[in-house]
Design a protein around this ligand. Structure first.
Ligand code: SF4
Length: 378
């Protein structure tokens, strides 16, 4: 059965006509689904009983609550959603409930004083295979529909409001998956989030991440949301060792493309930079370090003149352990605080706004690169 969630106004008008309702009922549907956010067609009381029955014969709203929740000591919450229409059942890890074959996806709620950010997934697993990422180690198991993307947002916002916690002030598509690899569904979800007939969010409250693949050009053209690029190493040959996507589109090409757009006003581009420690001499048999003076200089050269921000991210011990185990390869030691502060100060002094991002939810495997749909951590 089709879902109403994820449909644009024009599509809701078509859906209304298709079940014998007037075209204007499409606007009523949008109001019920996106503004009042009902979960059941029976709640749409300004649509006739007969009309609701006709709708129910073909559609559901498409909302469903998360099946698990884990709460971190720092207040971060990780939710596990079951994807009802199994995309490609995950069978190579604990994500699969024995014999049922559903797919699962994780979403992370990060409160900060009166505000809260939601880290949303766009795919089940991921194709990009970044060697430091636990989601990447899962492999790819399917695209999420726009309805599944929106459902994560609506459900967590609902739960936060019901508990008296901060409702969502920002959304980042930085959970499982590469958003640009599922761009039709991501753009559709963003359209609905920002449309005046639907959620009417400012695109400035939404950030979409990418490793940098050619599809990002379309995102840059068709969306006004912020962009976060996973950089992690300014040297293409070194970046390729940890990010296979570098071979599809080099970081130099990514930055060249970004230079064609205006980032000096409302829209922002940021670069995510997980810090690994080491010296160039220790490279043999060691992970690729990226916190040296050589890297800092190259970062300045690469980003010179581009209006942007760099977010330095501490590498989590948990990811280090799991990636080392699951990939049976070299460990990735994270940089220490002192080295990260040095890198931050170096880049800032050279005119690149740089911050060290505080890690959240590590104890429940909810931090960056830790989402693995594991029922054990919920
Ligand atoms: S870091 Fe992002 S793009 Fe890379 S494998 Fe993980 S989820 Fe995919």
């Amino acid at each position: 059965m089709d879902t109403l969630l994820g449909k644009t106004l024009a599509e809701l008008q078509e859906a209304a006509l298709s079940v014998g309702l007037q075209k204007f009922a499409g606007k009523q549907l949008a109001e019920w689904i996106y503004v009042r956010r009902v979960a059941d067609i029976d709640e749409m009381t300004n649509i006739s009983l007969k009309g609701r029955e006709a709708l129910k014969a073909h559609y559901t709203v498409g909302r469903h609550a998360p099946v698990r929740e884990a709460v971190s000591a720092d207040g971060t919450r990780k939710y596990l959603f079951e994807i009802p229409h199994s995309l490609s059942p995950i069978t190579n890890n604990k994500s699969a409930v024995e014999g049922r074959g559903e797919a699962f996806v994780e979403t992370v709620y990060i409160p900060e004083n009166e505000r809260a950010t939601l880290c949303v997934s766009s795919q089940v697993g991921c194709k990009m295979g970044c060697r430091f990422c636990m989601t990447g180690a899962l492999g790819f198991h399917g695209h999420l529909s726009a309805a599944e993307i929106l459902n994560q947002i609506f459900e967590i916002d609902r739960l936060a409001a019901a508990d008296g916690r901060a409702t969502l002030s920002n959304i980042v598509l930085m959970g499982e998956g590469e958003p640009m690899d599922n761009l039709d569904n991501v753009l559709r979800a963003l359209t609905i989030l920002t449309a005046s007939y639907a959620c009417a969010w400012s695109p400035k409250r939404i950030t979409v991440s990418t490793v940098g693949i050619p599809a990002m050009r379309r995102f840059l053209e068709e969306s006004e949301c912020h962009l976060a690029v996973s950089l992690h190493n300014p040297f293409p040959s070194e970046r390729a060792q940890i990010m296979p996507a570098e071979k599809i589109m080099s970081i130099t090409q990514v930055v060249e493309l970004l230079r064609q757009y205006d980032w000096s006003h409302q829209r922002r581009v940021s670069f995510e930079y997980i810090c690994w420690h080491g010296t160039d001499e220790s490279r043999e048999g060691r992970p690729v370090p990226n916190d040296t003076l050589r890297h800092a200089k190259e970062l300045v050269r690469l980003l010179h003149g581009l209006e942007c921000r760099v977010n330095l991210i501490r590498f989590h011990a948990g990811v280090e352990q799991v990636t080392a185990n699951s990939l049976n390869e070299r460990r990735f030691p994270g940089s220490d605080e002192r080295q990260m502060e040095w890198l931050r100060d170096y880049l800032t002094e050279k005119g690149i706004t740089t911050t060290i991002r505080r890690s959240r939810g590590e104890d429940i495997l909810a931090a960056c690169g830790m989402l693995v749909n594991s029922l054990e951590t919920h």
